[in-house]
Design a protein around this ligand. Structure first.
Ligand code: FAD
Ligand code: FES
Ligand code: FES
Length: 1372
């Protein structure tokens, strides 16, 4: 029972409810006292047992934890519904409210909600880990909308949800059917009004009829020209059990909550935490008087991060969201009064209303706020975060504070005695997170005055990613002009920047300079000069990017000048002071809704193969029923584990003091190297790692030991309390430093040779020779599901079992047996599905499970380990960064004659898979080009960062990016287009590659020509050139890039696969194989193979899980080849069973497969078979450097068109067309999903995602630490980054003779194609550089972040800070 109020408070407040309650999915729950430390997410998952809501990051950055909260607003007399992040919401903050989780929306037994149905059917979930969050964001939007939302609102509501698998397009398509384009779709009437042959086209949101055409076309579906080809669906669902419509059972708002009066709360939590919820200002002030150092809370989006991630210890929290005086929203004659607790989404609503109602000149500041809020966090954060919380946090990168300051806002401050004072916003911020509030004061409200005629206020923000990202630099700028004759004179101004100092900073000298001056070009030039000196950023300023930040301050002012001039021009119709070519510089970015087409043939084999079936788990994923490792309930007596991690990149361990950990409540045990029952030495390829560091640590994040405790939080706390003394040793962090120090892993120097490179260079055949260096950035996997394992013992510790989130259960089995000293036969690892892996869970998850197995085994108790997002990112390795040094000779015609290449990868502190990754990079260093003379030398660098590992493409993309860099450079040297150079050098049928493999069935020319036709390349070039000639500060660029990706593990022994097929007497089939389902649709494709083999419906085949006790010695699910290999192994098993059934089948005419199976059973026929497959005709000999490492190649090509803002480095992809040759696809819908997902992930690698390490390039980060270790600082693509037009097609009519059912592998090949966007960006930059006469080649490293784009666009705003050779720093 909740302890609510002191008697005194009851007396003061009068009647109210006496117990703290909450409704979850319509069920009333009493909230006991003592849980103030819990988040809503922890409560839902751990106490209520609702695991549909996922923990992706715990910091409000991914949306996996989205739930809908409803409450009755007394003032408005209506129920309000909104989406929030359960991971940040304190449990007691939703007291008296109704929380709906994904389980409350619909389920597979009771019926799916239309949103769930729609998402499932449109292939909108792959791994499914993000899916419940998307469902809930969309559900909250629909529940809170009076009328169907617009497409823009739908995309906006998803801004706070990340998906790493799908590429977002199918999610948007699934939800678009609920948009305004067809108002009736969400209602019952709509389903009835749709005719049988009609369905809703996800792209247009309107009924259309392409499905019937599709189906009648002899199973062939080929839709080009912007039409969409997918499984069609109606957006209304029903219960298959009851036959009732879903809309009949929408959860209603609990009547009790309508009638219930709120009460003040006084509750507690772990460690003496106090939680208050006052309902009146007076009560709040009394509490503040009593606890002057209290933290006030509204959205907890700042305090939550401080307490959980920055480990700040606050003892008393006052939740002020329900204090009416802090929620004031009063529109007055002279401005608007905004209560400090007003949430940002409410603020947006009120600004929209006043903008619509009041004179335009009065609301210019309101418009600026609205624009800024558009790019402020995701919807879930804006729904809870308050105006006052943002102001009082006083973050130097607050997006709103510069605007409050610039817009002349005033803050009303109240002290504990009720006295109030007013201070201008401009004077409120005193230092780093320091404001003008004394210990006995609170911020009560903000007053924003209306703007006056000729007063202009504008917002600016440049972030890494446009959507849901904190600013690199932002600004609020205002001028007040006075008309004097024809001219305008500045009478007042404010120029305030964020991100340039420890606080939001006014450029006061510039302001003084402006006042009294005429608004003209002269003012601009003078102001820019003053501004340069006014805003100074120290070279070692935290956050780095100093030159970029400085240039942004000038760019923003220049933009402001243009915008104001444009406004004045607008007011004075005939004036044209802003040249036409400058106008696009002042236009705000507005993206159109995403549209896309998917164009493919369907070629069926039997009942299921070739059909665009939806992912077999999709219905479980959209309802939150799909279980992941961390959803496994911890068995009784279970414990939680946390790792003790190194804090130094390279050091000798002098001593370990664990007394702090041992004295903590809930502590059970701590284990170091001497506790390991088996062998401490581990490693994926060679045993060059230690499970627990014994004497030395070689990276930050290396595991030193493991702690177990009763709760996850207690285990983490205990691990942090372990004190390790180190003797620091020199650390190597960058490839260049490793090369200088000759820090290479042993036996990793590799060579490949073709022709004679030296002879070619000497012979004079080459008209030109270029030399250069390419830095290729790494990438974090950012699978949405962090690493997790549950481990338990059986039979008194004689056997060990585990459920793990891994791509390689066999590796877990092996590591655990090794460190425990048990035979592998006594260790079992099972994996049902994983929430994304992308290579990150191939080898680097095994040591985590192995660490947790030690206490489980020694204590004979179940242990769960689930890594926090930051720990996961910090310790589990990334895509390798690479460094390439090339020398290329070519003719004046563009034919490449010789390539001399050195490539190095940054392995981190162990070998892991780094050599294989390097080798694949070497194999792919020709991309698709015929080069007569080649010499490639590769080396694996040992550095003091956590061991890097496999990531989609496995080195291939890095190798190809280096190639495309020099191809692009040849084009610049020869003044030709890169596309022309590419075509001149294409490989073709029969080409012999630099490692001796001969190309067979090469479809490169076909994919390239088809792409060229579909993107109308020449026309696109003309249009882009035309755009660029008319726009000085915005430029467009285009590019077409090809790829060829080798399919097979390059280590021959790994190309083997096993499967187990059981046929039951009811005619159903259980398939088990060695591959793991991680969202790529492997189980769906393999089940299709089995269904077709037995000629039974797909629904008769089931794949439950991957388990080492069913399939032994399986290779990791990787290298794109799993459907080839496991499909073939399953087919082998099916064929064996079919052969055994054949004699029985021949005797009778069975009416069903069940009858046949039963008859076989009666005849005592074995209906179970083990299937096996080895990839034939492969093998490579490193001694000769020749062989056939690949079974075949997947070919593809992509076209991209981008637009960049040359003043800020902002960019967006306008068009992406991707074409791949996938033979006869096993499942074209799943393959399209893989292509879209890979392309967007690749886009992240080439243009967004930057890993920042504490290395010599980033001295503001502690040595060896990964700064970008969460969604707050590491930005994967969001929905906003999807190309406006995203077209995918599969090459038709080219069956692949080398793999099952003529299909081809798809997982990795499309990833590299996103480099088309990278080279399109480079093309756009080249165009702006050419305008100032700079036609030379220039380097551009990936990721092409706003910093790299902007700093490459040399102009008068970069010139004061950098020279022409400036290259922004990159951790490589
Ligand atoms: C995922 C994510 C994205 C974000 N994106 C952005 C962004 O794009 N731009 C940006 O500027 N910020 C961003 N933030 C930061 C944060 O959301 C905002 O600062 C938010 O407005 C804080 O409001 P809150 O109500 O959640 O604050 P809380 O965490 O509840 O409180 C914050 C602080 O304000 C104090 N406080 C609150 N009310 C008062 C009051 N009335 N009087 C005195 N002190 C008070 C509290 O004591 C506390 O110290 C983001 C945060 C997250 C987690
Ligand atoms: S888990 Fe809550 S936003 Fe990521
Ligand atoms: S399906 Fe979205 S993260 Fe996997």
């Amino acid at each position: 029972m909740g302890s609510l109020k002191t008697d005194e408070e009851v007396d003061q407040i009068g009647e109210g409810s006496k117990e703290a309650i909450l409704y979850v999915n319509g069920v009333r729950r009493v909230l006991p006292d003592g849980l103030a430390h819990l988040t809503l997410l922890e409560y839902l998952r751990e106490i209520v047992g609702l695991t549909g809501t996922k923990l992706g990051c715990g910091e409000g950055g991914c949306g996996a934890c989205t739930v809908m909260v409803s409450y009755y607003d007394e003032k408005l007399k209506k129920c309000l519904h909104y989406a929030i992040n359960a991971c940040l919401a304190p449990l007691y903050s939703v007291e008296g409210m109704h929380v709906i989780t994904v389980e409350g929306v619909g389920n597979s037994k009771g019926g799916l909600h239309p949103i769930q149905e729609s998402l499932a059917r449109s292939h909108g979930s792959q791994c499914g880990f993000c899916t419940p969050g998307f469902i809930m964001s969309m559900y909250a939007l629909l529940r809170s909308s009076q009328t169907p939302p617009s497409e823009e609102q739908i995309e906006e509501c998803l801004a706070g949800n990340l998906c790493r698998c799908t590429g977002y397009r199918p999610i948007v398509d699934a939800f678009r059917v609920f948009a305004k384009t067809d108002d009736m779709l969400y209602t019952e009437a709509s389903s009835l009004s749709l005719q049988e042959h009609e369905f809703v086209c996800p792209s247009t949101g309107k009924p259309c009829s392409c499905r019937s055409k599709t189906e009648s076309n002899n199973n062939k579906c080929s839709l080009g020209q912007g039409t969409v080809c997918m499984e069609r669906f109606r957006p209304v669902s029903y219960s298959e059990i009851e036959g009732s419509k879903y809309t009949d059972k929408e959860l209603i708002f609990p009547p009790e909550l309508l009638l219930r009066k709120s009460s003040p709360l006084n509750l507690s939590g772990f460690g003496g935490l106090r939680w208050f919820r006052p309902l009146r200002l007076q009560h709040l002030l009394e509490l503040k008087a009593k606890y002057p150092d209290v933290k006030l809370l509204v959205g907890n989006s700042e305090v939550g991060i401080e307490m959980r991630l920055k480990r700040m210890d606050y003892r008393v929290l006052i939740f002020v969201m329900h204090v009416p005086e802090l929620n004031a929203l009063n529109v007055k004659d002279d401005g608007i009064e905004i209560g400090a607790a007003v949430r940002l989404s409410e603020l947006m609503k009120v600004f929209r209303r006043v903008i619509a109602e009041r004179a335009a000149h009065e609301t210019i500041a309101c418009k600026a706020f609205l624009e800024q809020l558009k790019w402020f966090a995701g919807t879930q954060i804006k729904n809870v975060a308050s105006v006052g919380g943002n102001i009082c946090t006083a973050s130097p990168i607050s997006d709103l504070n510069p605007l409050w300051m610039a817009a002349r806002a005033e803050f009303q401050i109240t002290d504990c005695k009720g006295n109030t004072r007013t201070t201008p916003a401009e004077n409120f911020f005193l230092g780093y997170r320091k404001v003008d509030l004394s210990r006995n004061e609170i911020l009560q409200s903000i007053f924003l005055p209306w703007t006056r005629p000729f007063e202009f206020v504008k917002e600016f923000k440049q972030a890494h990613r446009r959507e849901d990202d904190i600013a690199i630099v932002n600004a609020g700028i205002r001028v007040f002009l006075e008309q004097r004759g024809e001219n305008q004179v500045v009478t007042d101004a404010s120029i305030v920047y964020g991100g340039v100092a420890p606080l939001s900073l006014s450029a006061r000298t510039t302001k003084e300079f402006l006042i009294g001056k005429l608004w003209n070009q002269e003012l601009l030039e003078g102001a820019l000069k003053v501004l340069q000196k006014d805003i100074l950023i120290k070279d070692d300023a935290p956050g780095g990017m100093v030159e970029f930040r400085k240039s942004l301050t000038l760019s923003f002012f220049f933009k402001f000048f243009l915008w104001v001039s444009h406004q004045i021009d607008g007011a004075q119709c005939n004036k044209k002071s802003v040249p036409l070519s400058y106008q696009s510089a002042v236009e705000s970015f507005h993206r159109p809704p995403v549209i896309g087409s998917q164009d493919y043939d369907i070629t069926r084999h039997g009942t299921a193969v070739g059909s665009p079936e939806v992912h077999l788990s999709s219905r479980l994923q959209v309802t939150g029923e799909a279980a992941y490792a961390d959803d496994t309930p911890l068995p009784p007596n279970g414990l939680h584990a946390a790792l003790v991690l190194s804090k130094k990149p390279h050091a000798r361990i002098l001593s370990i003091d664990d007394s702090g950990a041992k004295s903590l409540p809930g502590f059970v045990g701590i284990y170091f190297t001497d506790s390991i029952p088996g062998d401490n030495k581990i490693g994926a390829v060679i045993a060059d790692e230690e499970l627990f560091a014994s004497e030395y640590v070689t990276c930050v994040g290396q595991v030193i030991g493991v702690v177990v405790a009763d709760t996850h939080e207690n285990a983490k706390l205990a691990a942090r309390k372990v004190h390790v003394e180190y003797e620091e040793l020199p650390a190597i962090l960058l490839i260049q430093d490793a090369i200088n120090a000759k820090s290479f892993l042993p036996n990793t120097e590799k060579w490949m040779r073709k022709g004679d490179v030296d002879l070619c260079f000497q012979s004079g055949q080459c008209d030109k020779v270029i030399e250069g260096e390419v830095h290729v950035g790494g990438q974090e996997h950012f699978y949405l599901e962090p690493n997790s394992s549950v481990i338990w013992t059986m039979d008194g510790g004689n056997e060990v079992h585990m459920i793990s989130s891994t791509q390689a259960p066999q590796k877990h089995q092996k590591y655990v047996s090794h460190v425990l000293g048990l035979p592998m036969s006594k260790v079992v690892c099972k994996t049902k599905r994983i929430g994304g892996g992308f290579g990150g869970k191939e080898t680097r998850s095994a040591f985590i499970a192995a660490a947790a197995s030690v206490p489980s085994y020694l204590l004979n108790r179940p242990v769960k380990i689930t890594l926090d997002r930051d720990t996961d990112m910090m310790i589990s390795g990334q895509r390798h960064s690479f460094f390439g040094k090339y020398k290329v000779g070519f003719t004046n015609g563009g034919k490449v004659l010789a390539l001399d290449l050195e490539i190095y990868n940054n392995a981190g502190n162990s070998l892991d898979l780094s050599l294989a990754v390097l080798e694949r990079a070497m194999f792919h260093s020709d991309n698709v080009y015929e080069i007569p003379n080649v010499r490639i030398m590769g080396r694996v660098c040992f550095t003091n960062i956590p061991s890097n590992t496999a990531f989609r493409g496995f080195g291939g993309p890095q190798g190809m990016l280096i190639t495309e860099n020099w191809i692009q450079r040849i084009a610049v040297e020869l003044k030709k287009s890169p596309e022309e150079i590419r075509e001149i050098n294409f490989q073709g049928e029969g080409s012999v590659l630099h490692y001796g493999q001969q190309l067979q069935h090469c479809t490169l020319a076909q994919v390239w020509n088809e792409l060229k036709l579909s993107c109308e390349f020449s026309k696109a070039r003309e249009e882009v050139d035309q755009f660029n000639s008319h726009n000085r500060w915005k430029k467009r660029g285009i590019s077409m890039v090809p790829t060829k990706f080798g399919i097979s593990f390059t280590l021959k022994l790994m190309n083997q696969a096993g499967a187990l097929v059981h046929v039951y007497t009811d005619g159903t089939v259980l398939v088990t194989h060695g591959g793991v389902e991680m969202g790529q649709g492997l189980h769906t494709k393999v089940a299709q193979v089995a269904a077709s083999a037995f000629n039974i419906p797909l629904s008769s085949v089931f794949i439950s899980e991957t388990s080492t006790d069913k399939i032994p010695n399986a290779s990791p699910t990787a290298a794109s080849a799993s459907s080839d290999m496991y499909g073939a192994a399953v087919l082998d098993a099916c064929e064996q069973i079919k052969a055994r059934m054949e004699p029985i089948a021949a005797k009778h005419n069975f009416s069903s497969f069940a009858e046949l199976a039963s008859a076989c059973y009666v005849a005592r026929i074995d209906l179970s078979a083990h299937g096996f497959y080895i990839t034939p005709d492969i093998g490579f000999d490193w001694v000769t450097g020749k062989g056939n490492p690949f079974r075949y190649f997947t070919y593809g090509a992509a076209f991209a068109e981008v637009e960049i803002d040359t003043l800020t480095g902002d960019f967006h992809t306008r068009v992406a067309n991707v074409i791949l040759d996938l033979g006869h696809s096993l499942n074209p819908a799943i393959d399209v999903g893989q292509i879209e997902g890979a392309f967007i992930q690749g886009l992240g690698w080439v243009a967004l995602e930057e890993l920042k390490w504490g290395d010599p390039a980033h001295k503001w980060i502690p040595p060896g630490y990964l700064y970008t270790c969460g969604p707050g600082s590491y930005k994967i693509p969001s929905l906003n980054d999807v190309p406006f037009k995203f077209n995918v097609s599969l090459l038709k009519g080219h069956p692949n003779v080398k793999a099952i059912h003529s299909s081809k592998a798809v997982g990795e090949p499309p990833f590299f194609l996103a480099s088309a966007a990278f080279f399109a960006i480079k093309d756009a930059i080249a165009s702006v550089r050419a305008e100032v006469g700079n036609n030379d080649w220039f380097p551009l490293d990936n990721p092409a972040t706003p910093e790299r784009i902007r700093m490459a666009c040399l102009d008068q705003f970069t010139e004061p800070f950098i020279g022409a050779s400036f290259r922004p720093k990159l951790s490589v």
